[in-house]
Ligand binder design. Structure first.
Ligand code: GTP
Ligand code: MG
Length: 220
């Protein structure tokens, strides 16, 4: 007998809620949140659309620096789980001026350090590149922001995207290499064929429901 496949997460409602260049002017933290972080052009907005099953809800582009503000989406799944997914602007975009980089850092750091409803970041890397100094620094920052005394724990969920860009035989070794480099589990993902989508949803679900507020998604 064939093992039964996991039922996939169905998103019944997804809408853009707010976009801001200032973390202080975001909507009040009335729902638990998961934010997507990663290098510019790595595929964060595409991943978000795949998660939400909405083509084009989060804007994507082949040109780096497409998402320049914090964009917040409200998502409801068929089992009632309701949360916010936050698309963060990417880092490491060379064309950006020093002033813009400073602004980016201030905005993202303020969000990561002070957003009480933030439960996890999905840290997106290109499966062909792997983690670098930017990712290490981000993980350190998030650990400190979520340290006991400093607030609530923030999960880091590593995702290696654009899996479809490498040969099938190369995928397992590439993910194993990334796991060793990240010292953490890494989910292989593709926005092109939605592989890894369900595994990522399960991790997000765990981050949202597994904390001290288990069973509740509304904190406000
Ligand atoms: P910024 O907003 O600039 O930070 O970029 P981003 O990380 O949001 O990237 P975005 O989702 O806009 O995607 C960048 C480019 O990569 C687009 O041309 C996408 O079509 C492409 N892309 C994203 N994910 C995948 C994937 O899984 N597979 C393939 N083949 N292409 C992808
Ligand atoms: Mg984007």
């Amino acid at each position: 007998m064939k093992p039964r496949a996991e039922p996939s997460t169905t998103v019944v409602d997804a809408s853009f809620e707010a976009g801001s260049t200032d973390a202080r002017s975001l909507p009040p933290p009335t729902l638990l949140e998961v934010a997507l972080a990663g290098r510019s052009n790595v595929g964060k907005s595409s991943l978000l659309n795949t998660l939400m099953q909405r083509r084009g809800l989060a804007r994507t582009s082949g040109t780096p620096g497409c998402t320049r503000q914090l964009n917040m989406f409200q998502v409801r799944c068929s089992d009632g789980l309701t949360l916010r997914l936050v698309d963060l602007p990417g880092y490491g975009w060379a064309q950006r001026s020093r002033h813009e980089r400073g602004q980016w850092q201030a905005m993202v750091e303020r969000y990561l350090a002070h957003r009480v409803s933030l439960r996890a970041i999905v840290l997106v890397v290109d499966v062909r590149r792997g983690p670098g100094d930017d990712e290490t620094q981000l993980v350190d920052f998030v650990r400190q922001a979520g340290a006991p005394g400093g607030g609530r724990p923030i999960d880091v969920i590593w995702v290696a995207t654009k899996l479809d860009k490498i040969a099938v035989a190369a995928r397992k070794p590439a993910l194993a290499r990334l796991r060793r480099a990240a010292h953490a589990p890494v989910i292989g993902f593709s926005a092109k064929d939605a592989s890894g989508r369900e595994e990522l949803w399960q991790r997000i679900r765990g981050a949202i429901l597994g904390g001290p507020l288990a069973g509740a998604s509304i904190v406000g």
